[in-house]
Design a protein around this ligand. Structure first.
Ligand code: GDP
Ligand code: MN
Length: 389
């Protein structure tokens, strides 16, 4: 789960990272009041769950309360398009009005889980304010990575390595140490998968501050953080994914094609995507139904898949281990009867109670297309989707 910048800033501040003073406004008038309280010289920043806002016109400097009100008026309500939003952009509901900072230098700092080594790592670079993927691709030598052994946790020498790599010395090095320590603390304390400060700045008067903040929480640990879970903003999430979550389906991913996929297990989902592409098609989404022992869950899955107007055909690919294929078959039949489906449905079942599952499909009298293996199922689904499109 992602957080807004203003929320991430509060968490950083709570763990000792200095951040510029600021507050959220939902209207131009509110932005004016906040700017007045800060002496007029502020920055007005769109609060959406995507980065690259500056490039899209979502970050504006204002020198008076008037200008702040105008900037907020322009930003609130806009469909902000950034390199991270997709072409239709993201509707802006609120802005952060923050004290305007005079910047001397911009750096990059983050803590992420590196899945390759299974450890958190601190990543830092003097090339701040820019797209870190681009820096990594073009000038990887400008990035340092400091792995954090989970057994010993954060140690001051980790921070010193970062401060040195950023070229800081004396008092600024000391400030940077506090920033790095606080950022790592915020990462662990909130069970985050990412904390990113881009840019981390040195101000013209020599302070080291987090000017931007991004924080992604590990959904699997959210149950330990009721306070953080409450910060969720469903408006920022894909509506179909929200609906799936509400129906108790945790793994639904929206994609760009036209074949809706119901599978069980993440690995099977990945191979199903591959085989569909190999057959010349494109998945519209995939829904990991998990271990099913209730046909009603299959019906709910169909509801989610059918809510996506891009879907032209549905492919069900289930390997029955703990999940029983006869229960899946009952669910498919129930869904097709109750949801008045027009879409072609291709079903490939394997594993537990297969004969019973196939019998249920066959005797339903419904136009269900069955397949014996995944390759055949994918070809049939692609063909059906192309015909329907
Ligand atoms: P992002 O584009 O979504 O990553 O948003 P940022 O918060 O990183 O802002 C983008 C850029 O706007 C920063 O890299 C800064 O160059 C600039 N910016 C943001 N806040 C301030 C500020 O207080 N003062 C100045 N001078 N520039 C700022
Ligand atoms: Mn940024």
């Amino acid at each position: 789960m992602k957080l807004h910048e203003y929320q991430a800033r509060e968490i950083l501040a709570k763990h000792g990272v200095p951040v510029p003073q600021g507050n959220v406004a939902r209207t131009g008038a509110e932005a004016r009041t906040l700017a007045e309280g800060m002496g007029g010289k502020v920055v007005v920043k769109a609060q959406i769950h995507a980065g690259g806002r500056g490039k899209g016109g979502g970050v504006k400097l204002a020198n008076t309360a008037d200008e702040a009100e105008r900037a907020a008026g322009q930003i609130i309500g806009m469909d902000l398009i950034t390199p991270q939003t997709g072409p239709q952009g993201q509707k802006v509901k609120s802005v952060l009005v923050a004290e305007q900072i005079a910047i001397e230098k911009e750096f990059y700092l983050s803590v992420i889980v590196d899945s390759a080594i299974g450890w958190p790592v601190i990543i830092a670079s003097q090339a701040g304010g820019m797209d870190i993927e681009e820096v990594a691709a073009k000038t990887p030598e400008k990035i340092i990575r400091v792995p954090l052994d989970p057994a010993t946790g954060y140690q001051p020498h980790h921070g010193r390595l970062v401060a040195e790599a950023l070229g800081l010395s004396g008092d600024q090095s000391k400030q940077a140490l506090a920033v790095v320590a606080g950022t790592v603390k915020a990462f662990f304390a909130s069970d985050a998968s990412l904390v990113e400060v881009n840019p981390l700045v040195v101000t013209t008067d020599g302070r080291v501050l987090a000017l931007d903040a991004k924080l992604t929480l590990d959904d699997n640990a959210l149950f330990r953080h009721a306070d953080l879970a409450a910060l969720r903003d469903k408006d920022e999430e894909d509506p179909l994914e929200v609906e799936a979550g509400d129906l108790g389906i945790s793994n639904f991913v929206k994609l760009e094609g036209n074949i809706g996929c119901v599978v069980n297990g993440a690995g099977l989902a990945m191979s199903t995507m591959d085989v569909i592409k190999y057959a010349g098609g494109e998945p519209a989404n995939f829904l990991d139904i998990g271990t099913v022992n209730d046909p009603q869950r299959v019906v709910s899955s169909f509801k989610v898949i059918l809510a996506d107007p891009a879907v032209k055909a549905i492919l069900i690919n289930i390997f029955g281990g703990m999940a029983r294929t006869d229960v899946i078959a009952q669910g498919v039949v129930e869904a097709m009867r109750t949801l008045e489906m027009k879409h072609p449905v291709v079903v490939r079942l394997a594993g537990t109670n297969l004969e019973e599952g196939l019998r249920i499909l066959r005797e339903s009298g419904l136009p269900i297309i069955t397949a014996d293996d995944l390759g055949e199922a994918a070809r049939k689904a692609v063909e059906a989707a192309n015909k329907a499109a």
